[in-house]
Design a protein around this ligand. Structure first.
Ligand SMILES: [Zn+2]
Length: 392
């Protein structure tokens, strides 16, 4: 792989004077002002802000209608109606591989270098969604890391045969086992959690649970998750997605739960949802709980909303969190970068010598400016390869 010298950029988290970055063998080799490197391809960064590659910690790329004709929303309200609507119309959609690839290409153009995506697994579709996302991942493997979650969207206990399919998916190499509202939707929190934690333990998989259940129901389920994470030694490998309960219990109770979540090294993922609470980012930061950020479903049978741009989603997270100060805007951006990387277990992530050269240049003054304006990215590197950017 050829070397690349990126001149005149301002890496996020350093002081403001422009520096040069030498990329060698897909890694960041040096970061200094006035680097000289003979016969190396150079790129003029023009003083842009450099961020480590953006990370989507919670996506559903198998469900997207991105790149397809506009489709009016056809579902009623409520989780059961949304699931039924999807079940009805999904068979008529173009193949998963085609839709997922179209979406991933635009994620890459916007500077995203890693995505964790929950992929539906149920007795209707079997593992076909997983196979479709694998095909898209293979087509783009030099440009983006795609980590799959085998996700029982339609229920685990309520759809017999699903647990066996999850096990098949893990046996075939899926990295993460999913779950969904074990009490509120699937009807038996203990059995649901015992099943997915058992699978994570048996196959050395990570675990990422959709938990929309609010209030004490969600809180008690989170306590079951904490208990099992500790009992099985899965610290650092478990994520609770959405975690609406943290915004619907009292503040002292939220703090008590977050202290336990921090102790078990459980991460949270949020998508800055429309009407539901987002986790209290400042408190999570104070206690050392990583909160990854995702775009969730983008233009699918669940919702017409969303574009594959983590800067926009970080702006929405900041907005929903009531943030205005620069340090708060930076915290929202960290959900879309380092926190997501920690949640996914990405190795050698960051803007330091020795890290993988996954980075994005944003022609912006500061992280806050980047979130508010979201200008087109001027360069996207994946392991040192140019995979996106307006200027070539
Ligand atoms: Zn989701």
């Amino acid at each position: 792989m050829s070397d690349l010298l990126v001149r005149g950029i301002r890496p996020y988290g350093r002081d403001d004077d422009p520096v040069d970055v030498l990329v060698r063998d897909g890694m960041i080799a040096r970061i200094e002002a006035g680097l000289e490197a003979a016969s190396v391809e150079t790129f003029d960064g023009q003083g842009a802000l450099a961020l480590p590659g953006l990370v989507d910690a919670h996506a559903h790329v198998d469900e997207t209608l991105w790149g397809q004709p506009w489709r009016p929303h056809s579902a009623g309200d409520g989780l059961a109606s949304l699931i039924e609507n999807e079940r009805r119309y999904r068979p008529g959609l173009p193949p998963v591989a085609e839709r997922a690839e179209a979406l991933l290409r635009d994620y890459i153009a916007n500077g995203t270098t890693a995505v964790r995506t929950h992929v539906d697994v149920d007795p209707d579709v079997g593992l076909s969604g997983i196979e479709g996302v694998w095909a898209a991942r293979d087509a783009l493997r030099d440009a983006i890391d795609v980590q799959l979650v085998a996700f029982p969207q339609a229920g685990l206990l309520t759809r017999p045969g699903t647990a066996e399919l999850l096990e098949d998916a893990l046996r075939q190499g899926v990295e993460v086992v999913g779950g969904i509202d074990p009490g509120g939707y699937d009807g038996d929190a203990v059995r649901h959690l015992d099943c997915i934690f058992g699978l994570a333990d048996s196959y050395g998989a990570m675990l990422d649970l959709h938990l929309h259940d609010p209030g004490e129901l969600g809180a008690s389920e989170a306590e079951l998750v904490i208990e099992r994470t500790r009992a099985l030694g899965l610290e650092g490998r478990v994520t609770i997605s959405h975690a609406f309960f943290l915004g619907t219990v009292t503040e002292p109770r939220a703090r008590e739960l977050l202290e336990q979540i921090a102790g078990a090294q459980i991460s949270l993922a949020t998508v800055a949802p429309g009407r539901s609470p987002v986790p209290p980012l400042r408190l999570c930061e104070e206690l050392g709980v990583a909160v990854g950020l995702g775009c969730d479903g983008i233009r699918d049978l669940w919702s017409p909303f969303g574009i594959p741009d983590l800067l926009e989603r970080a702006m929405l997270l900041a907005w929903r969190s009531g943030f205005r100060r620069d340090d708060d805007l930076t915290l929202a951006l960290e959900s879309a970068t380092s926190a997501g990387a920690r949640l996914m277990g990405l190795d050698r992530y960051g803007l330091e010598p020795g890290c993988l050269a996954d980075l994005v240049l944003v022609p912006a003054e500061t992280p806050g400016d980047a979130l508010m304006r979201r200008p087109p990215r001027s360069l996207v590197l994946k392991r040192g390869r140019i995979v996106g950017g307006r200027q070539r």
